[in-house]
Design a binder for this molecule. Structure first.
Ligand SMILES: [Zn+2]
Length: 110
């Protein structure tokens, strides 16, 4: 019988991917949403032409039960996109790991 802590190759691969991701800094939950808005300058062309509206990026997320939209300054966009992508990958790996262990339970495989 295998020791209880023995992991299959599949589990080990998932853990190793997870560790690789977690060694890199930055994780951010939420959905990136681009909004096109009019600015405060009444003479700006964004007021006349909807296509000329200014694009700004927000992170939409639920915090303490409330939906929030957090503005992402242009200088932060690349970093936040990277953190957000990493969060999704980590969440996806956690789900796959959990399913792998669930399968193990259902097969009564130690
Ligand atoms: Zn404008």
């Amino acid at each position: 019988m295998l020791p209880r802590t023995a992991l299959s190759k599949r589990h080990r691969d998932l853990y190793s991917k997870l560790h690789q991701l977690l060694r890199q800094p930055g994780l951010m939950r939420g959905s990136l949403v681009e909004m096109r808005r009019r600015c405060g300058k009444k003479t700006c062309r964004c007021h006349a032409n909807p296509a000329a509206r200014h694009a700004s990026l927000y992170l939409g997320l639920r915090l303490n039960g409330r939906q929030r939209m957090v503005y992402i300054p242009a200088a932060w966009e690349a970093r936040v996109r990277e953190w957000n992508a990493r969060y999704s990958q980590v969440r996806d790996l956690l789900e796959r790991l959990s399913l792998a262990f669930l399968e193990q339970l259902e097969k009564r495989k130690r």
